[in-house]
Design a protein around this ligand. Structure first.
Ligand code: BGC
Length: 762
């Protein structure tokens, strides 16, 4: 046989490993030509170890100049988060993995080049979820995925679908909602859009990565029911509907064991129960965990990977601790994805995505995700006679496009609100514009508001037609937010707000507050001071133009809250159990609130929030017509329709939210839960649209810990068609005649001890 063997070496983390790297022969199986099994059978143990260990981030270059071996991320896409390893002799290329949920995170500049590699910063996840519009989110995915492809990456490390358990969580901006149905549907839309480009996604962080405090060591103690109904459900919906190529396990432990080591989570639930076909990778730096358990659990790839781990895998097999069949199975799942990748298919990427066109998508999605919280005396949109705007707040001049950490995007620019208002044809006060502009240039000044005197305010109240104050909050990886001066307004912010309100109100002029924030803040304390509050969240790089679109009335706001604003932090159901104990350095966090997260808690325990889940105002009004049901007896599916009519005087979109109250005879349940939603098209005044819904009986089921089953209980169900969780417009009564066990599942994920969970009436 004509073997031509060239040996080579590759370097990772300072070690050389000898490999038969370029064994080119017609007799050596090749990926794509031979079966995956044949390719795996031809691998040496060392090559097998390469496949399950990642290629490192910014690791030292390999000995091969073609960029095809370990540690050469920078040769292909500088700034990407990592790669999978290549085995050229078997026709296996490496794949490039890049962050993150709001746009492709790569280095904008490369050594020796004058051109730039900026990516579009799309609105943060929290903003996208507030659109309640999967079509819009899919369009974002299509544009974003095109940048992944055209910048030469194979897999984007997104979306993040962890639940907003607590408002202080530093990465809530990347995540979608307190509700798993909204999370799952929005995730599914963005995955579908992203993957339509022929690139892959990595849905993350699986699962229960709901805090940044001690994120790698915290043990989340959660009941099986809360896991199934809340923390896993969004993943399940997205995985079933949109088949992400990969899943990223989380850093934290669940019920005593790291998620990347849990076979029950990664194999029993994910693969056996949900039928998942892709591969699982760790979150970055999973090296401290148990490699043997990770391999056996079905955590197929360890990212970013180290030479030590390659050696360890080999030693585990050589010493009979790890059955090589386990590795073979992991590799098979990886290779199935490699086969689909742009790298394998030799996609000639351009490095020139259409950034201009994508900026427009970003702006459109940002306006759609903004939520109008208050609008007294029609303060918004600005009246026709508003020409000159008094613009206050550092953040008005240095807008926050998105949060920091791996979810940040290296964008070419961010449109400030000052720029956005000018672009929309408004004048700003020149002196104020110059003073803030200068001050905002210095990043360090952001947390401290520029001091504005009463004389300045009075002059602007005379000269300008309206006042706008932006309040900003940013957060990111590794750190949760604080209550004082962060969740709550800082004393100087509140003081400025009061001085502005009194000066402008004295002149009969209005004050609008724009919230450019990363997560929920306290509003109870000050919401009645301004005339209007626009929640812009983190709107991406076009933020200033998008906010101006809403303030001017060019776009009618149609966003709704995907996460509740409670009256005070202490009302948050997890407040007593966040970020865990011991307080000085938490190691364990007990999810005592169980399934009662967000509105499920506020509604069931009768604690009114300031702004409820699903809430958001519009510049027009809508009527919601009677529910037209196919039958009041529930069989396989509840089918019904309702008609939405724009009864106001400007064009607008409405979100119809479907909540169901289920009988709770055998176990306690939330008083209502969101089961479906739909957004209308842009309706003209007087125009109507019929919306049709189909809710399978499976979606009525609750999880019974003791029976390891999803069960829809016989009895009366109330169907509610609403425009927020507390604004129910139509109801209908339904009957399920017999109890249905909709699914039997495995008895897994048990907490180490019984959790004293919150129960209604207890
Ligand atoms: C983050 C992930 C990210 C990864 C790669 C980790 O620290 O938790 O979300 O994808 O880094 O940058």
């Amino acid at each position: 046989m004509g073997y031509l063997i060239k040996s080579g070496a590759c370097l990772l983390g300072g070690f050389f490993l000898s490999v038969n790297a370029q064994n080119i022969s017609t007799n050596v199986p090749q990926l794509g030509k031979n079966t995956i099994k044949e390719v795996i059978a031809a691998m040496t143990l060392q090559e097998k170890a390469y496949m399950v260990i990642g290629g490192g981030r910014n690791a030292a270059p390999s000995a091969f100049a073609d960029g095809s071996m370990i540690g050469q991320t920078d040769f292909r896409v500088p700034g990407a988060a990592g790669i999978t390893n290549a085995i050229p002799r078997l026709g296996i290329p490496s794949m490039v993995l890049a962050d993150g949920p709001a746009g492709v995170r790569i280095n904008p500049r490369r050594k020796g080049e004058t051109r730039t590699y900026f990516a579009t910063a799309f609105p943060a996840g929290i903003t996208l979820a507030s659109t309640w519009n999967p079509d819009v989110v899919k369009k974002v995915g299509e544009a974003f995925g095109n940048e992944v492809l055209e910048y030469g990456a194979d897999i984007i490390l997104a979306p993040g679908v962890n639940i907003h358990r607590n408002p202080l969580t530093g990465r809530n901006f990347e995540y979608y909602s307190e509700d798993p149905v909204v999370s799952g549907k929005i995730a599914s839309a963005i995955i579908t859009g992203l993957q339509s480009n022929g690139i892959g996604t990595s849905i993350k962080h699986f699962a229960a990565n709901n805090q940044e405090t001690n994120r790698s060591t915290i043990d989340a103690i959660i009941s099986e029911r809360a896991l199934r109904e809340i923390y896993l459900k969004g993943f399940r919906i997205a995985i079933k509907e949109s088949e992400p190529w990969t899943v990223m396990s989380s850093y934290n432990l669940i019920n005593g064991k790291h998620t990347s080591e849990r076979k029950d989570l990664l194999s029993t639930i994910l693969r056996e129960e949900w039928g998942y076909q892709g591969y699982v990778m760790t979150d970055w730096g999973g090296s401290a965990f148990n490699l043997l358990d990770q391999m056996r659990a079905g955590n197929d790839v360890i990212m970013p990977g180290s030479t030590k781990q390659i050696k360890r895998i080999m030693s585990l097999v050589e010493h009979d601790s790890l059955d090589v069949k386990v590795l073979d199975q992991n590799i098979e799942r990886i290779l199935r994805i490699v086969l689909k990748s742009p790298s394998f298919n030799h996609y000639q990427y351009s490095n020139n995505p259409d950034l201009k066109a994508h900026a427009q998508v970003s702006r459109m999605a940002a306006t759609e995700g903004m939520v109008l919280l208050e609008n007294r005396k029609k303060a918004l949109p600005f009246a026709k006679n508003v020409k000159k705007v008094a613009l206050f707040g550092n953040i008005s001049y240095a807008l926050i496009a998105g949060g920091y950490g791996s979810g940040d995007v290296n964008k070419a620019y961010t449109i400030s609100l000052a720029r956005g208002l000018k672009n929309a044809g408004y004048q700003l006060d020149q002196e104020m514009d110059a003073a803030y502009g200068e001050y905002a240039k210095n990043y360090k000044n952001w947390p401290n508001e520029l001091v504005i005197t009463n004389e300045q305010i009075n002059r602007l109240a005379n000269d300008c037609d309206v006042a706008v104050l932006t309040i900003g909050r940013n957060s990111g990886e590794t750190k949760d937010r604080a209550i004082d001066n962060n969740y709550c307004l800082k004393p100087n912010e509140k003081e400025l707000l009061q001085r502005l309100a009194s000066a402008f109100h004295d002149k009969g002029k209005k004050l609008v507050v724009v919230l450019n924030i990363c997560g929920v803040i306290d509003t109870k304390d000050w919401k009645d001071i301004p005339d209007a509050i626009l929640l812009a969240w983190q709107p991406g790089q076009e933020g200033g133009d998008a906010i101006a679109d809403i303030l001017s009335g060019k776009v009618n706001p149609s966003g709704k809250l995907a996460t509740s604003f409670s009256q005070k932090y202490e009302d948050v159901p997890s407040a007593k159990n966040f970020p865990g104990l011991p307080a000085a350095n938490p190691t364990e966090v007990v999810y005592q609130e169980g399934i009662y997260v967000g509105y499920r808690y506020y509604d069931t325990f009768k604690i009114p929030p300031v702004y409820e889940f699903g809430y958001g105002l519009s510049y027009t009004n809508f009527s919601i017509g009677a529910i037209k049901l196919n039958s009041t007896i529930i069989k396989d599916t509840i089918e019904f329709s309702t008609t939405v009519k724009n009864t106001g005087s400007v064009d607008g979109k409405e979100v119809v939210q479907v909540y169901i109250s289920a009988p709770a005879k055998t176990i306690d349940k939330p008083v209502q839960e969101l089961k479906a939603f739909a957004k209308t098209k842009l309706l003209k005044p007087g125009e109507s649209q019929k919306l049709t819904f189909k809710i399978p009986v499976d979606d009525l089921a609750s999880f019974y810990n003791d029976k390891n089953a999803w069960i829809a209980e016989a009895g009366n169900y109330i169907l509610k068609v609403a425009t927020s969780s507390r604004q129910v417009k139509q109801t209908a009564s339904l009957i399920l005649k017999n109890t249905v066990v909709t699914e039997k599942v495995h008895s897994v994920l048990h907490p180490p001890t019984t959790i004293d969970e919150y129960k209604p009436g207890k």
